[in-house]
Ligand binder design. Structure first.
Ligand SMILES: [Zn+2]
Length: 416
C-alpha cells in the first residue's frame, strides 16, 4: 500500500516537472495558451482530488474519534492552511457527495475550488428554505463554468432572492448586526483601526473614500492602504472644518494642541506638546497641525494655570481663503489639478516661524502635496521644462507652480 502511494506521488511529481520544463522550450503564444488552459483545468481537477482525499480522511477520523474535527485541525497544523481555509476544505468535502453535478464539474476541471464552494453553500441554503435543489444545481454549475467566482456569487444571490427574498433580506440584516469599529490607541500614541461593515454602510464608506481619493497620480508613491487612511482622514478633516458637527461641552469638536513657545519654535531642548490634552506629540507635528489651524493662544504660568486667553485666529482667514481659491483654482503643485475645494492654504513660511498670512505668502495645495511640501519635498523645473519632485535636503528656492488666474483671465462665474 505504501509503495502504491509513493508511486502515485512520483508520477504526479514527474508530470508537474514535465509541465514546468515547457516554460523554457520557447513555445509560440498559441501553444502556450493551449498549455495554460490545460494546466489550469488539470489544476482544478487536482484540487478536486485533494478535496476527495480530505473527505476520505475526515470520514475515517470521524468514525474512529466520534465526530471530532481532527481532519480540519490536521490541515491547519500540518499543511499550514489558515483555520478558515481548513474549515472550508472539510465543509466542501462533506458537501460534494450529495451534489453530483458540482462534483463532476469540479473533477473535470471545468470549475475551480471557490466556484464549488459557492455552488454547494448556495444549494445548502436553498434546500434549507424548502426548495428542491436539483434544478438550482444545474443552473449554478452551468453558470459557474462561464464566469469568475465573484460573478457567480452575484448570480447565486440573485437566484436565492428569486426563490426566497425574505431569507436574503434576513442575511443582509445579520451582516449589518455584525458591524463594529474599533479605534484603539497603542503604546506609542498611534492608532489601530479594525472593523466590519454591512453592505450599505461599507459601500457608502468606500464610495466616500474613493470620491475623496480621485484617480491615482503617477508620482503618488503611497500604498493603497496609505491612500485609504489619508482619504478617511480627509473626510474627518472636512467634517470638523464644516462646523456642522454637534457641540460637546460647548465646543465644536476639533483638534486641541497645547504647546510651549519653545516647542512651537523648535528650540533645542524643548519638550513635547500635548494633543487633545493627553497624547504627547513632537514639535514637528505641532507645526504641521498649526500650518492649517484655528489658533487660540493661551498663556499659562509655570504650574500650567491659565493667565490669559487670546482671540481665535485662523492662520489664513476665510475671505483670504476665498481670494486664494479665486487666484489659484487648483493645487499649486505643478502638474496637479485637484480642485480648490479639495485643497488647503499653505504658508510659504510656517506661521510658527513668523510667516505672514498675506495672500502672496499663501498657496493652495491638495492634502497629498501639502503633506509632501511640509515633509520638505519640492517641485523642481528642469531646463527642458519637465517637473520633478526633489526629496528633502536639497536646498531650493521655494517655488510653486503658476496660479491658474495668473495664466488665464478669470472666467466670470455669473455669465452674461
Ligand atoms: Zn496636488
Amino acid at each position: 500500500m505504501r509503495s502504491q502511494v509513493a508511486g502515485r506521488l512520483a508520477a504526479l511529481a514527474a508530470a508537474v516537472h514535465g509541465v514546468r520544463e515547457c516554460a523554457g522550450l520557447g513555445l509560440a503564444s498559441e501553444e502556450l495558451t493551449e498549455l495554460l488552459r490545460g494546466v489550469f483545468q488539470q489544476g482544478n481537477g487536482l484540487e478536486a482530488a485533494f478535496t476527495s482525499l480530505v473527505g476520505a480522511l475526515d470520514r475515517s477520523e470521524q468514525q474512529r474519534l466520534h465526530g471530532q474535527a481532527v481532519c480540519q485541525a490536521w490541515l491547519h497544523e500540518e499543511l499550514h492552511l489558515s483555520e478558515g481555509a481548513a474549515y472550508g476544505r472539510v465543509r466542501l468535502a462533506r458537501a460534494l457527495p450529495s451534489r453530483p453535478a458540482t462534483a463532476s464539474a469540479f473533477e473535470a476541471g471545468a470549475i475551480g475550488f471557490s466556484h464549488a464552494v459557492t455552488v454547494t453553500r448556495t444549494l445548502d441554503r436553498i434546500e434549507a428554505g424548502g426548495t428542491e435543489p436539483e434544478l438550482a444545481e444545474s443552473l449554478l454549475v452551468d453558470r459557474a463554468v462561464e464566469c469568475d467566482p465573484g460573478q457567480l456569487r452575484d448570480f447565486a444571490k440573485d437566484l436565492r432572492h428569486r426563490l426566497n427574498p425574505r431569507e436574503v433580506a434576513a442575511e443582509e440584516d445579520r451582516a449589518h448586526e455584525f458591524r463594529f469599529l474599533d479605534v484603539r490607541q497603542r503604546w506609542d500614541g498611534s492608532f489601530e483601526l479594525t472593523g466590519q461593515a454591512g453592505i450599505e454602510q461599507g459601500t457608502r464608506l468606500r464610495t466616500a473614500l474613493e470620491g475623496v481619493l480621485g484617480r491615482k497620480r503617477k508620482d503618488d508613491g503611497r500604498s493603497p492602504g496609505q491612500r485609504r487612511m489619508d482619504a478617511l482622514d480627509e473626510l474627518a478633516r472636512r467634517a470638523l472644518d464644516s462646523g456642522e458637527l454637534p457641540a460637546r461641552a460647548g465646543q465644536k469638536p476639533h483638534l486641541l494642541v497645547s504647546t510651549t513657545l519653545e516647542t512651537l519654535r523648535g528650540d533645542p531642548e524643548a519638550g513635547v506638546a500635548l494633543l487633545n490634552w493627553k497624547t504627547p506629540i513632537s514639535g514637528a507635528m505641532v507645526r504641521r497641525i498649526a500650518s492649517d489651524a484655528e489658533l487660540v493662544p493661551m498663556l499659562v504660568d509655570q504650574q500650567g494655570n491659565p493667565l490669559w486667553l487670546g482671540r481665535r485666529r485662523r492662520t489664513g482667514n476665510d475671505k483670504q481663503f476665498l481670494a486664494l481659491m479665486q487666484r489659484d483654482r487648483r493645487c499649486r503643485w505643478p502638474g496637479c489639478s485637484r480642485e480648490p475645494d479639495h485643497c488647503q492654504g499653505h504658508h510659504r513660511v510656517a506661521w510658527a516661524k513668523g510667516g505672514e498670512t498675506n495672500l502672496e505668502d499663501l498657496a493652495l495645495f491638495c492634502p497629498f502635496h501639502h503633506a509632501l511640501w511640509t515633509q520638505g519635498y519640492r517641485p523642481k523645473r528642469l531646463p527642458d521644462g519637465r517637473v520633478i519632485t526633489v526629496p528633502p535636503g536639497e536646498r531650493l528656492e521655494p517655488w510653486f507652480g503658476p496660479a491658474v488666474a495668473e495664466r488665464a483671465p478669470p472666467v466670470d462665474p455669473v455669465g452674461p
